[in-house]
Design a binder for this molecule. Structure first.
Ligand SMILES: C[S@@+](CC[C@H](N)C(=O)[O-])C[C@H]1O[C@@H](n2cnc3c(N)ncnc32)[C@H](O)[C@@H]1O
Length: 447
């Protein structure tokens, strides 16, 4: 006897309806209501609440699958093809400071003609761009051609007033990781992506799509160190601050500083400004830290630590060191060497070189920790997805976007757990433990 599968459309709607009730009751239990799309984004702890997050993920997976099911396939493909305009319209409004202008205009909003005169962009173009975004729930048209912020668009604002932006335009993305990411998306990512098809069909022609698009043999990191590309480097540094929003347990649960001795050393390899080290230093102030990166990033790191914790640098508890991770690691026998979202930037061959260079420095008790967004096969059912969702139920996960961005920039990749284990084995490291979290921690010991 065959059991009849329930109607998939009804099953999807049931998931949406039951999980919406869970979401609303989670907010009600916290004397709160689920925020309206029409209000500005004010993050609360509920944004990261595990019950709310689980319900949200199920609703998103079901709603996405419902659209894919009910929409005419012809329309679905046409809409997907147009996704590039999400990137460019977001990039344009962020570039010409529309979010800041609307923020300063207040809740009544501004007519597109006023926006045009404030930005210097023709109003007929601007109204079409804003119509595109408004249709996709970014900004709100309160009456014809009068636009204001909503929950999604409010996130695009930079951490500066218009006056501050005018006074120092080069610094406009500092401390605004979301706006910086959008800017990178509409510049380096978009430009590199134009060479993706050609690169995939003939990977021998260059190291990565970025190299074809920018007509350079340098890696994007080397290119950013060149004079003339300082702003790109500065925006990249700002975009990397997205990691600052990760809860400290993302890092502390794998470093386990409480099990280490005072002055044991933690090395943050390719650490950027050292924002992960800052979180660790707060949790374990008695340990010693070394943040390593290339010149430009260490210069940015000096400013960052001046603002955040100058004392840690003064006492030498945190050291900032220019070091190229393609050379042998100078800090011997550290308790932990960690690389946070670094290995995904590199091809297998380069990733092996980076990990190999750490191996001779490691002592018998040294650990290697990689923090990465681990890729999954869509057909792997880790999360027990309810019928009829995809087995990994959040199949359109952000890691697939990041994966193609890494391919476009550096021929890098998001790897599965097995791929990380293999990479480790081939470079002298045994994968011992995997800790899930906002970023997954992959913990290795020397072989
Ligand atoms: C994706 S960022 C991650 C930064 C930091 N770990 C974080 O989580 O915010 C990659 C970092 O690798 C650094 N990097 C690239 N090539 C390098 C090299 N050859 N030696 C040392 N660092 C390098 C970049 O400058 C950048 O700061």
């Amino acid at each position: 006897m065959t059991t009849k599968q329930p109607d998939p459309l009804k099953a999807l709607v049931d998931i949406i309806s039951s999980q919406t009730a869970v979401l609303q009751s989670t907010y009600a239990q916290n004397d709160s209501v689920f925020p309206s799309l029409d209000t500005s984004f004010q993050p609360t702890a509920l944004e990261f609440d595990p019950n709310a997050t689980a319900a949200r993920n199920l609703i998103i997976a079901a709603a996405t699958q419902l659209i894919a099911t009910v929409q005419s396939p012809i329309e679905f493909v046409a809409n997907s093809m147009g996704g590039v305009y999400d990137t460019v319209t977001l990039g344009l409004v962020v570039d010409i400071n529309v979010p800041e202008i609307l923020k300063e205009a207040g809740t009544r909003g501004l007519h597109v003609d006023q926006l045009a005169s404030a930005t210097g962009v023709d109003s007929s173009y601007l109204s079409r761009v804003l119509r595109y975004l408004t249709t996709r729930h970014v900004f709100r048209e309160v009456s014809p051609d009068i636009f204001t912020h909503n929950r999604l668009s409010s996130l695009l604002t930079k951490a500066k007033s218009l006056k501050e932006i005018e006074e120092d335009p080069d610094a406009r993305f500092d401390n605004a990781p979301i706006a910086a990411t959008v800017h990178m998306g509409s510049t380096q990512i978009l430009n590199s992506s134009t060479a993706l098809i050609s690169f995939i069909k003939n990977p021998q022609q260059a190291s990565a799509p970025f190299n074809i698009a920018y007509k350079t043999s340098q890696t994007m990191f080397e290119w950013m160190e060149e004079s003339g590309n300082e702003i790109a480097a500065r925006v990249f540094t700002a975009a990397m601050k997205n990691n600052d929003g990760n809860p400290p347990e993302t890092y502390t649960s794998s470093i386990q500083g409480e099990t280490l001795k005072p002055n044991d050393t933690i090395v943050d390899v390719g650490g950027g400004t050292g924002s992960v080290t800052l979180a660790l230093h707060k949790a374990y102030p008695k340990l010693r830290y070394v943040v390593q990166d290339l010149d430009q990033q260490i210069a940015a790191a000096k400013k960052f630590w001046d603002e955040k914790d100058a004392e840690a640098i003064r006492t030498g508890q945190v050291q900032l060191q220019v070091h190229n991770f393609f050379k042998t690691q100078p800090i011997k026998d550290a308790a932990v060497y960690f690389l946070c979202v670094v290995i995904h930037d590199w091809s297998d061959e380069d990733a092996r070189k980076i990990l190999n260079n750490l191996r001779p420095a490691a002592g018998a008790h040294s650990k290697l920790v990689l923090y990465e967004m681990v890729a999954e096969h869509i057909a792997e059912n880790h999360a027990g997805a309810p019928y009829p969702l995809l087995p990994d139920y959040a199949g359109a996960g952000f890691f697939t976007i990041l994966d193609l961005a890494m391919l476009s920039f550096y021929n890098g990749k998001e790897r599965t757990r097995e791929e990380y284990a293999k990479l480790g084995r081939e470079s002298g490291w045994q994968l011992e433990e995997v800790k899930p979290g906002k970023l997954t921690a992959l913990i290795f010991t020397p072989i």
